[in-house]
Design a protein. Structure first.
Length: 245
């Protein structure tokens, strides 16, 4: 299916958009809008979506809902328009890629597991070993030592990092955390230019709940959209070439 650009987007305008790196964002928006409007919603569908949205935001009471709309500078008709777009997006993603979400989850599960760990990061090997032995002997705790010695952002969180996906950590640190036991204090190791002392506090394996299912389907949809944009750019190349001649 070829993309249908607005009539005002002439070949010369396309060429100008490409020159300023605006063509692909425009195509992305156009393709998405075309797909979005292929989803039909009934009034009953929107009523259910509104009830669900208001419950999730604690806006079931009409007075609270009206106050919230005032704060957001929304009319009720505009609220329903935004709700319609959001619900269409959810249904579009689920219809197109919901059936493939589980396979995507299984491919990405190790990247989605979340951890909480304590971290001390210093630039001196001997200091790292001293702090490690003090922790091992119970002479001090991570919070105290992080506040006094940590040289990274963990100083502000008293040494605690997370919960975060394992992929957010440096690959070497992530691998050590993945193979550690909860409560295990790791001997100091180097990730240039730092020496790290780490203890795994908790490990939460990812599960395919409703939120993760939608995340996986959304990732697949975004990949598809990227591919569609690339395909449309290729289709437009002859037009752009003629326009530049």
């Amino acid at each position: 299916m070829s993309v249908q650009l607005p009539e005002a987007i002439t070949p010369q305008v396309c060429l100008l958009l490409q020159r300023y790196d605006l063509l692909e964002p425009l195509l992305r928006k156009v393709i998405f809008e075309q797909e979005l409007h292929s989803i039909e919603l009934s009034v009953a569908d929107l009523d259910v979506a509104e009830q669900r949205a208001r419950e999730s935001q604690d806006l079931v009471a009409q007075d609270r809902f009206e106050l919230w709309m005032q704060q957001q500078q929304l009319t009720y008709s505009r609220y329903r328009e935004l709700l319609t777009d959001r619900e269409r997006r959810v249904q579009l993603i689920q219809r197109r890629f919901g059936a493939k979400a589980e396979a995507r989850f299984l491919e990405r599960k190790n990247q989605l597991d979340r951890v909480v760990y304590s971290l001390l990061r210093v630039d001196d090997r001997d200091l790292a070993r001293e702090l490690y032995f003090r922790l091992q002997a119970g002479e001090a705790d991570f919070a105290q030592l992080a506040a006094q010695y940590a040289q990274g952002p963990e100083r502000q969180t008293r040494g605690v990092v997370g919960p975060v996906p394992l992929t957010q950590a440096h690959p070497q640190l992530a691998e050590r955390l993945r193979t550690s036991q909860v409560g295990q204090l790791l001997e100091p190791f180097s990730i240039e230019p730092w020496w790290l002392v780490v203890r795994l506090e908790s490990y939460v394996p990812a599960s395919l709940d409703a939120s993760t299912h939608h995340q996986m389907a959304s990732e697949l949809f975004e990949q598809w959209l990227d591919q569609e944009v690339s395909s449309r750019v290729i289709q437009l190349e002859p037009i752009l070439t003629n326009a530049s001649a």
